[in-house]
Design a protein around this ligand. Structure first.
Ligand code: NDP
Length: 435
């Protein structure tokens, strides 16, 4: 805490992981030797830089850019870029730390990193977004590379932004090496990458439900957020027979008692992805849905909740409401959406609860598959990528069961994900000495 003053999200993520690892480390003391834990909580490199660009009015704008290169122990740094006004050092350090364990869980050879800027894409023109992305990459490009650091998208960074950044990288580096994932299909992207995080979260929840002899068929599901992860979580949950009754953004929640159908989801995607609109715009265009300004979806009674917006969007009060309403399963599409108290409440109540580092790992896993395809200069069909995604989510679920089994036979997915990810990273660090 002394070394990370004013970084509450980072301390929250480290506390959550260390609390769940501690009993395991006491049984396996080699993992506390040679300063391994101290090294693991100190990012290998942190780059902070100025991003200056000119807006449509000719005014100079200045933002702060970051890249946190947390761990290269098992492969090149890998993790998304976030453009959002809430971005700061604490948020990105927490995300890079979590990413390191998540990437280890996928079993693919990827280290952990994260980056971004306090740039707010809302209300910016296409030309402004392009100029910002280009300015951002004029510094970022010297720190990344296909065997060094491979960024991707996250909040505020989708296909459009990745395209602008990949284009500028090529120009500066005079290299067509693939240093971004989440690219468009026309320049090296992978089929199923846009869908992967949302689909993967639902695949993971499906595995959890199976342990109680259930499936998504006929269940009621709430989703928060309305961006990339949320949209494809809605699509896959619907495809598996669930009724999805909500989406949200930072201004409020749309409640749809009838549930989404394909036409409604297409409209939502059009509004969010092509018109860059809000969920309130969506509510205004669809009959029979209700917009609840300023509210989250967590007080709606559901069987399964999928938080897919942002960190700390679900607190203890929300968790208690979900539990009182009989929720069966909570699988996180976002990173650390539940506060520590909320996560503990779910586990104490016997709810099937998956932390994001396990349930949302399908996105980065598919980024890993994009890297493989780029390396061999091939592109795999959608079914192949989707099958691999499903298998990876099933294997992450199995790893959580293996490492998260309690003496009474129940499973803590928190412990399972933390220990399984940690063991892989820690073994690699031990083998490579004190560096
Ligand atoms: P998008 O930018 O596509 O969507 C983000 C959504 O979350 C928007 O609906 C946004 O609403 C909402 N949101 C953001 N901040 C807040 C806030 N403070 N309060 C309420 N709602 C908010 O991002 P993604 O869908 O890519 O990312 C969502 C989450 O999933 C993030 O936690 C991300 O780290 C995580 N994730 C993403 C992966 C990916 O592959 N994209 C992979 C793994 C995890 P608004 O427009 O109002 O801000």
């Amino acid at each position: 805490a002394q070394r990370s003053p004013g970084q509450p999200e980072y301390l929250q993520a480290v506390t959550e992981v260390m609390e769940s690892l501690w009993p395991f480390i006491e049984k396996h003391p080699k993992y506390a030797e040679n300063g391994l834990l101290e090294r693991l909580i100190e990012p290998e490199r942190t780059v902070i830089f100025r991003v200056s660009w000119i807006d449509d009015k000719g005014q100079v704008q200045v933002n702060r850019g970051y890249r946190i290169q947390h761990s290269m122990a098992i492969g090149p740094y890998k993790g998304g870029l976030r453009f959002h006004p809430s971005v700061n050092l604490s948020v990105l350090k927490f995300l890079a730390f979590e990413q390191t364990f998540k990437n280890a869980l996928t079993t693919l050879p990827m280290g952990g990193g994260k980056g971004g800027a306090d740039f707010d894409p809302k209300g910016k023109s296409n030309a402004e977004v392009m100029r910002f992305c280009q300015a951002f990459v004029t510094e970022l490009y010297r720190h990344v590379g296909p065997d060094t650091d491979v960024p991707a998208g996250d909040i505020g960074v989708g296909g459009r932004e990745v395209g602008f950044m990949a284009g500028m990288y090529k120009k500066l580096a005079n290299s067509a090496a693939s240093v971004f994932t989440g690219k468009g299909l026309s320049f090296g992207g992978s089929l199923i990458r846009p869908e992967a995080t949302g689909y993967g979260t639902v695949y993971f929840a499906q595995e959890m439900l199976k342990t109680r002899g259930k499936s998504f068929e006929g269940l009621t599901v709430s989703v928060s957020g309305s961006g990339n992860v949320a949209q494809y979580a809605v699509e896959k949950a619907m495809a598996l027979g669930a009724k999805v009754v909500s989406v949200s953004d930072s201004s409020g929640t749309v409640y749809d008692a009838e549930g989404f159908d394909t036409a409604k989801l297409e409209l939502l995607m059009d509004i969010k992805n092509r018109r860059y609109g809000r969920v309130s715009d969506y509510a205004a265009e669809v009959a029979g849905v209700e917009f609840r300004a300023g509210q989250t979806p967590w007080h709606i009674p559901v069987d399964v909740a999928l938080p897919c917006a942002t960190q700390n969007e679900l607190d203890l009060d929300d968790a208690q409401a979900l539990i009182a309403n009989g929720v069966l399963c909570v699988a996180e599409g976002a990173n650390m959406p539940s506060t520590i108290d909320a996560a503990k409440a779910f586990e104490a109540a016997g709810v099937l609860y998956a932390p994001g580092k396990a349930s949302n790992a399908g996105g980065v896993a598919t980024s890993g598959l994009e890297m493989s395809q780029n390396s061999v200069r091939m592109s795999w069909p959608a079914e192949e990528v989707d099958n691999r995604l499903l298998q990876i989510m099933q294997s992450i679920h199995a790893a959580c069961i293996k490492y998260g089994q309690r003496e009474d036979g129940t499973v803590s997915y928190i412990d399972g994900a933390n220990i399984a990810g940690f063991v892989k990273v820690a073994d690699a660090m031990i083998a490579q000495g004190v560096v």
